[in-house]
Design a protein around this ligand. Structure first.
Ligand code: PRX
Length: 632
């Protein structure tokens, strides 16, 4: 019998709360969040110690945490390997023949890997990496579309202690190049093509352009998807399948220190230079394992569908590592939510009996535009838990998602960041939900909303979201830039400052309101204003540029640029197009402004800093606030 729909309780206008169904409550691991939370923060180290013991370690830790503000070491002196815990731990059990990964291609193709098959592929790839002389601490750049080889390559690097740097395959050649150069990668793994709404995206050309200026790159491995295969240069390029073909399907995992780097993932900040966020094997493994287990309530019969791309942190933590650490069955699909039609994801849910569906507010708003008829066509009754990530989800989109999937499956609005590695603020399926709120801190996490001095602000007052204690999956540094790492812990005394504005309501529920800094979230993708500005200024007609985020109905935010032309340059529709093309060339499609205004001047402080907040207020018809530092 199906469960009755949840009640919407209307306390005040827009203050609806939703209680979990009896079915949800009966199945979930954590039934009493308040009690579990209280216990976890009474002694966080004891809490994480217990969690870590659910995984396998080659040797134990002498101490759970060594906190040397702002530097953390978790599971001190322990040795482990995250790939061992994702694979070997399951292959030794009945899960050997359980499905690990279901991949659905854009053209409807399907590839299925059991844990044993994934194990063999990863081991072959690890041996292939070794055959090229790659060893612990070396860096490999993975620039692949969303195909299973992406997962195989990541786990293979992890297995031998090689640090992977996955670069989202939508980035252009200069963006890829700067990331390869910063990490000094010895190897790049790519594919000939990706597909975007049936259109072929030639990735190999992008890599060719990028590596031409990357002297550290010794070899390029290419997954050739097209027939006949693209020609490869004999001296530098290797075919993926040839590379793996004669490798042994077993490879001893490297016994790594818990603090050994697992990956670098570049993300945008407030300067033009992307920052290489570094995560490590031990703490990251514990944090992603436990959050995946409790937030998505993963059990052995779940089919877990996450729509992210492993090019972003969500793919790292909640397609690859977190779910595999739990021995889950992961579903990943290449392509867009509305191609070939807006029923794409709903049909996948029906076809594979998806039970957990983790998506983004932008995708929900996009599907909302196509209307309810699409989800209604499909049987979505296999679902149990829903998820959202990457940007604030507006209550309207939240309720639509809740409603079209059956009005009984809890939505986990998970707040976290590339830097945090794991989900930090989130509901668990058993708690009361409020549409639009990421709700409460995860177990073991102390979070608050504070003013600049670090004082808690009263309920329903906006302030800065901060985390007050270290957590196991936190980034350990910014690659080659420790000062930039320290800055996260310097803004507000004794706290990690996330850069988000938030308010806590009278129940302690957290409502994220967006970024406090010059980072824009376009369709959940994180883009630094400075990066787009420097791409615009690299055009010969541009003297100065300023970029802001403006509200957008589907994408959450859109990029708007203001440009001052060099003397003698004339404004024209062609020039605007050329400027957009320039940004696409420098950074990729995702960073292209939706509108560019040519202006005679930009608001600046007396020291010459562009006041983007004044531009934004003007654009949105709002009060610009304090403008005493404005030059004119
Ligand atoms: O502003 C917050 C927003 O995304 C930022 C982190 O972006 P990134 O490192 O790309 O990671 C995205 C995937 C974890 C945050 O500082 N953000 C992420 N999730 C949410 C969110 N804002 C509101 N609600 C969320 N659930």
């Amino acid at each position: 019998m199906t469960q009755p729909p949840d009640k919407f309780e209307s306390l005040l206008h827009e203050k609806r709360v939703i209680h979990p169904t009896a079915e949800t409550k009966s199945r979930t691991y954590i039934k009493d969040y308040e009690a579990a939370y209280k216990q976890s923060i009474a002694d966080p180290e004891a809490f994480w110690d217990q969690a870590a013991k659910e995984l396998e370690w080659f040797s134990p830790w002498s101490k759970v945490l060594e906190w040397n503000y702002p530097w953390a070491k978790w599971f001190v002196d322990a040795t482990c390997n995250i790939s061992y815990n994702c694979l070997d731990r399951h292959v030794k059990t009945w899960r050997k023949n359980k499905v690990a990964v279901i991949w659905v291609g854009e053209q409807g193709e399907e590839r299925i890997f059991t844990y044993a098959e994934l194990y063999r592929q990863v081991n072959r790839c690890a041996n292939a990496l070794k055959s090229l002389g790659l060893k612990k601490g070396d860096r490999v750049t993975i620039y692949l579309p969303k195909i299973p080889e992406q997962i195989v390559a990541m786990l293979a690097c992890a297995r031998i202690g090689v640090i992977h740097s996955v670069v989202y395959s939508g980035f252009s050649a200069p963006a890829l190049q700067s990331r390869i150069q910063d990490s000094e990668a010895r190897l790049v793994i790519t594919a000939d093509v990706g597909y975007d709404r049936s259109k072929v995206v030639n990735l190999k050309i992008v890599v060719d352009q990028a590596v031409a200026n990357c002297p550290t790159v010794e070899k390029v491995v290419v997954v050739r998807r097209q027939q006949p295969g693209v020609p490869l240069s004999a001296s530098k390029e290797i075919d993926w399948y040839e590379w793996l073909k004669n490798q042994k399907p077993t490879c001893e995992p490297e016994k790594l220190d818990a603090e050994a780097p697992l990956y670098i993932l570049y993300t945008s900040g407030t300067t033009g230079k992307p920052k290489g966020v570094v995560h490590v094997h031990g703490g990251y493994m514990v944090g992603t394992y436990l959050t995946a287990k409790y937030v998505f309530d993963l059990h052995d019969d779940d089919i877990y569908f996450c729509v992210a791309d492993p090019g972003w942190v969500t793919g790292h933590s909640y397609i690859v590592y977190g779910p595999l650490l739990n021995g889950a069955t992961i579903l990943t699909a290449e392509g867009k939510p509305d191609y070939p039609d807006p029923g794409r994801w709903w049909s996948i849910i029906e076809q594979y009996g998806v039970t957990v569906f983790y998506t983004t507010p932008t995708a929900i708003r996009l599907l909302m535009k196509y209307g309810e008829d699409w989800p209604k066509k499909y049987d979505l009754s296999s679902l149990r838990v829903l998820g959202s990530v990457g940007e604030p989800i507006n209550p309207e989109a939240w309720e639509w998602f809740y409603h079209v999937t059956g009005s009984k499956y809890p939505i986990m609005d998970t707040w976290w960041q590339t830097e945090t590695g794991m989900i930090l603020i989130t509901p668990l399926p058993s708690i009361m939900l409020k549409p639009g709120s990421a709700t409460r801190p995860f177990l073991g996490i102390e979070a608050d909303v504070v003013d600049r001095e670090g004082n808690s602000v009263p309920a329903n007052t906006g302030g800065f979201a901060v985390i007050k204690k270290p957590w196991p999956a936190m980034m350990r540094t910014i690659y080659k830039d420790p000062d930039r790492y320290k800055s996260y812990w310097n803004i507000i005394p004794n706290c990690y400052t996330a850069g988000d504005v938030c308010r806590k309501d009278e129940d302690g529920y957290m409502w994220f309101m967006g970024r406090a800094d010059d980072v824009i979230k376009v369709a959940g993708n994180r883009i630094g204003t400075a990066e787009v500005e420097s791409a615009l200024v690299s055009h010969h007609s541009v003297a100065e540029a300023a970029v802001i985020g403006v509200p957008h109905k589907t994408a959450g935010e859109a990029i708007k640029a203001f440009v001052i032309l060099k003397q003698g340059e004339k404004q024209s529709a062609e020039l605007i197009k050329a400027l957009m093309a320039q940004v696409e060339k420098e950074l990729g499609k995702i960073a292209v402004p939706r509108a560019i205004d040519i202006v005679p001047s930009l608001p600046k402080t007396r020291s010459g800093k562009i006041m983007r907040r004044v531009l934004k207020a003007k654009e949105l018809g709002q009060d610009p606030g304090d403008i005493s530092t404005l030059e004119e």
